[in-house]
Design a protein around this ligand. Sequence first.
Ligand code: 5GP
Ligand code: ZN
Length: 112
Amino acid sequence: MENCLFCKIIKHEIPAEIIFENEKVLAFKDITPQAPVHILVIPKEHISSPEEISEANSAIAGEVIAAAAAIAKQQNLEGYRLVFNCNEIAGQTVFHLHCHLLGGRKMNWPPG
Ligand code: 5GP
Ligand code: ZN
């Protein structure tokens, strides 16, 4: 989608530190890391938020989570947190579905 930051990263129009890529999914380092490991895992298909996931396209959500879990394993993370922010009130700033993979430090609960 035009004017979508993450679609531009997928098309290599904006540089990113890519960690993993396959046909359906791209993973790259977050530019403002909130943990020693902070990787964003996104579908290559433009889906704006978790709200846009339906039965018709839900397989991609599984692909994103499976990729995040594989990356966490490859990074030797003992534990990790996966976060999907949905809408501004929950902290979503980029409206292309993304899974935050956070690890490498103790995580607090509840989150802020
Ligand atoms: P959100 O706040 O929408 O859940 O997450 C968006 C994330 O994208 C933020 O953690 C932010 O640091 C990251 N981000 C924003 N712009 C860029 C960029 O140009 N490159 C990379 N690698 N990450 C970005
Ligand atoms: Zn997009």
